[in-house]
Design a protein around this ligand. Structure first.
Ligand SMILES: *[C@@H]1O[C@H](CO)[C@@H](O)[C@H](O)[C@H]1NC(C)=O
Ligand SMILES: *[C@@H]1O[C@H](CO)[C@@H](O)[C@H](O)[C@H]1NC(C)=O
Ligand SMILES: *[C@@H]1O[C@H](CO)[C@@H](O)[C@H](O)[C@H]1NC(C)=O
Ligand SMILES: *[C@@H]1O[C@H](CO)[C@@H](O)[C@H](O)[C@H]1NC(C)=O
Ligand SMILES: *[C@@H]1O[C@H](CO)[C@@H](O)[C@H](O)[C@H]1NC(C)=O
Length: 740
């Protein structure tokens, strides 16, 4: 399964089906699912009254208008970690509700989409790396499509009982049993239709099983996908526990805000340490109308770092999702493993293509035909259309049991040949493995323009053209890592001066656990591609850091991951930091950052103040004596104590930015750090003071960074700032760019 394409297609279907699903009455007062967000739960342990949410519904929904009980309109009640609910409302009712006491925001429950293991070795994180005994007490919450618990990756052999702090449950519904590895599993489905899926946390599409095993799967030897990617599959923190929150479904709609918030509500109260969420929306919205921003805000307040996929909407600018400063936003890179797939013609010429091909034709030759020569005329297709081998465009009798050459690259190319019973397909695309193509359910290769044109000529000049496709071979990709085009790019669509994505991790062709029959493979391991696969790598390393430093705040862990990342260069991506943030995650160094840029609740509140949220609203969100502190009224996000720097400017001639930062010593007792600035000609970066001396752990020191131009006319200029005491190097990327 090529998850990206598949989910794109699915989301198209969803948006149509959703309207059908939620329509309970006439067109003028159509009900849809809305989320009503009411901030934190009351302080001092005051419980939320059981009937509060139903009563609020009664106040706005005129019962003479509906023939069902108010309770039936209530989809979820959020009470354990914050206050709010999801309900079926008309637009007028939603309007009325905005004016009610305690309501912070109301927004329609939006559709979301989900977005080895050699990758760890590639990152310099061998199996034998030093481990903390506390790793077994770390609980990773995975919000995804559920799990396939019978996989070897989730065996609990050698695991003791769940950590005492665990308060979650196993809602197996007779279809799934938890163990001491998967210590909890729950499912959330407001729209209550389970067709094409099963009413349980069991994973019926593979995505959740894959991501969970990448983060915390056991070490399993001889894992492969039909022999491809053969090796040890392992999660980054194989001793950690997994808590499953199934919010994404194979039936439509795939994932919904109402369910996502219900899962956050439970996960926070259940006692997870880290949340891994390879799901995202694509439309930037206000933080208070974004279920992920709200949920992860409360998670962060409760000491839980939320690691999220940056999105698969690249390579355009501002396509990054999940970009709130309290979320870790993870971009994807390639790893050094590339799959090449040779196509051999009847004239014995051999062409090298890409794409993992798991099938072995054993050198058998099949008739070769060009899709453009087999249009399904009855269905109104001509040769131009059928050349792409799109669904319903091919005359099946002509292509059955043949290898079909297809044009491209377009979405859905080759699909018609697969459905029509072709013996194999040869697709056209870029010669760089930059495209998102998973293994296909027939032998397939993906050749470049020149190769494609040669094969086409061979077909045209040969009476009985034939070909075979060889099983893939793994080669070492010396260009790796680079950021493939699918990975979403910055700049941050809402906060131009907060750099997103934060960092990058392996996401292309990652081998991890899979349900037995998933994606046409019985192997139990599968190669998947996307930022969805990058996210659990970062989740695991966040857990790894936490196992050494259980008291660190989410922001401190986030800072450690960012400042220890390996710098990447603009050569590997024209959009530089907007593609990879601070660079490639560096697991073995992440627990030892030396200094951290920490953030506490007040910092995030000040950040929200700078965004124009007023004191009253903030009190409603936090339920405590929150107010904007004096320093936060400067109307700038520059002073959020973030471990990276972004400066958006209007005119390259006038560059002038001031950033205040404070670092906390977590390295050596006595240490003296000197600053090292790397900047291109013209950009003047001044750091004051430029030496920081520490005499104790936990000690904080502040400094001011001033950035002045001009810069050359350019969209983006990369620089960096590094504190170095000879032992620790604390590096922050700096980006100056012209906002467009
Ligand atoms: C789970 O439910 C599905 C669908 O009803 C069924 O096909 C499957 O056998 C069940 N699995 C287990 C382990 O009960
Ligand atoms: C083939 O069909 C498409 C879509 O109907 C049309 O746009 C195109 O012009 C046709 N091409 C030829 C060569 O007739
Ligand atoms: C081409 O195929 C046809 C039908 O299968 C066969 O009769 C013919 O001998 C073949 N020609 C060549 C040159 O192989
Ligand atoms: C905010 O602005 C005030 C007034 O200009 C200034 O004194 C203060 O230092 C600024 N705060 C920060 C954190 O930059
Ligand atoms: C740290 O420095 C202080 C004074 O600068 C000194 O008294 C102390 O012994 C030093 N501690 C260590 C562990 O080096």
């Amino acid at each position: 399964m090529a998850p990206l394409r598949w989910f794109l297609l699915l989301s198209l279907i969803c948006s149509i089906l959703l309207l059908v699903n939620v329509t309970h009455s006439t067109a003028q007062d159509t009900r849809k699912a809305y989320v009503v967000y009411m901030g934190d739960k009351p302080k001092n342990g005051v419980p939320i009254l059981p009937d509060l949410h139903v009563n609020m519904l009664q106040d706005v929904v005129d019962s003479s208008n509906i023939d069902i009980a108010h309770e039936a309109l209530l989809l979820h009640s959020y009470k354990r970690s914050f206050n709010g609910f999801a309900a079926m409302l008309t637009e007028q009712e939603a309007q009325k509700m905005t004016r009610m006491d305690g309501v912070v925001s109301i927004f329609p429950s939006k559709q979301r989409s989900v977005k080895t293991t050699k990758s760890w070795n590639f990152l310099g994180f061998p199996e034998t790396v030093k481990r903390s005994a506390l790793e077994r007490d770390i609980i990773i919450g995975v919000m995804d499509s559920g799990i396939w618990p019978e996989s070897d990756s989730f065996s609990d052999a050698g695991f003791g009982p769940p950590p005492k702090k665990w308060k979650g449950k196993c809602q197996g519904n007779g279809n799934l049993t938890c163990n001491n590895k998967i210590i909890g599993a729950q499912y959330y489905r407001a729209s209550r239709s389970f067709e094409a899926d099963v009413e349980s946390p069991r994973d019926s599409n593979g995505h959740g099983t894959h991501t969970a095993s990448t983060a915390a799967g056991n070490t399993v030897t001889k894992a492969s996908l039909n022999g491809l990617g053969l090796g040890k599959a392992r999660g980054g923190v194989p001793s950690a526990r997994i808590a499953v929150y199934k919010v994404c479904w194979s039936s439509t709609p795939a994932c919904e805000d109402a369910d996502v918030l219900a899962a956050f509500d439970d996960a926070i109260a259940d006692g997870v340490d880290i949340l891994s969420i390879s799901v995202g929306g694509s439309i930037p919205v206000d933080y208070l109308n974004d279920a992920f921003a709200i949920g992860s805000f409360h998670a962060t307040r409760n000491g839980i770092l939320v690691s999220m996929a940056a999105g698969n909407e690249g390579p355009g600018a501002k396509t990054v999702t999940n970009f709130a400063p309290w979320q870790l936003s993870v971009a994807a890179t390639t790893i050094n493993r590339q799959f090449i797939t040779r196509v051999q013609l009847g004239n014995s010429k051999i062409y090298e293509g890409l794409l993992p091909n798991i099938y072995d034709l054993r050198g058998k030759f099949y008739p070769l035909i060009y899709g453009g020569d087999a249009p399904n005329k009855k269905a109104g297709a001509n040769g131009t259309l059928s050349g792409f081998c799109l669904q319903d465009t091919l005359e099946e009798d002509l292509i059955k049991d043949k290898i079909v050459l297809c044009d491209g690259p377009v979405d859905g190319a080759g699909g018609g040949a697969i459905l029509g019973g072709a013996a194999g397909i040869v697709l056209m695309g870029q010669k760089v493995a930059d495209e998102v193509l998973g293994p296909l359910p027939v032998p397939a290769s993906y050749v470049g323009l020149e190769e494609h044109s040669d094969i086409y000529k061979y077909i045209k000049l040969t009476r009985n053209a034939t070909a075979t496709i060889w099983k893939s071979e793994e080669i070492n990709d010396v260009l790796a890592p680079y950021v493939p085009s699918y990975s979403s790019r910055g700049p941050n669509p809402i906060n131009p001066n907060i750099l997103k994505p934060d960092l990058a991790a392996p996401g292309t062709y990652i081998l991890a656990a899979y349900p037995p029959s998933g994606g046409g493979s019985r192997a139990g391991y599968y190669l998947e591609t996307g930022t969805s696969m990058a996210c659990p790598h970062a989740t695991a390393i966040a857990a790894y850091v936490k196992s050494f430093h259980p008291k660190w705040s989410p922001a401190a862990i986030q800072s450690a991951l960012i400042t220890t990342a390996k710098s990447m260069s603009a050569k590997t991506s024209s959009d530089a930091e907007f593609a990879y943030g601070a660079g490639l995650i560096n697991p073995s160094r992440a627990p030892y950052p030396g200094l951290v840029y920490d953030l506490d609740e007040q910092d995030y509140i000040d950040f929200l103040c700078s965004q124009g949220y007023n004191g009253k609203l903030l009190k409603a969100i936090t339920k405590d004596k929150t107010s904007c502190s004096s320093k936060s009224n400067n109307g700038t996000t520059n002073d959020l104590n973030y471990p990276s720097f972004a400066l958006s400017i209007k005119d390259p001639k006038y560059v002038n930015g001031v950033f205040h930062r404070t670092v906390t010593n977590v390295g050596s007792l006595n240490s003296t750090y000197r600053v090292k600035v790397v900047a291109p000609l013209g950009l003047k970066i001044n750091v004051n003071p430029n030496v920081l001396s520490f005499t104790s752990l936990g000690q904080k020191k502040s400094f001011v960074v001033t950035i002045k131009g001009p810069i050359e006319k350019s969209n983006l200029v990369s620089a960096s700032l590094m504190w170095d005491d000879g032992v620790f190097q604390v590096r922050s990327p700096i980006v100056v760019y012209v906002a467009v």
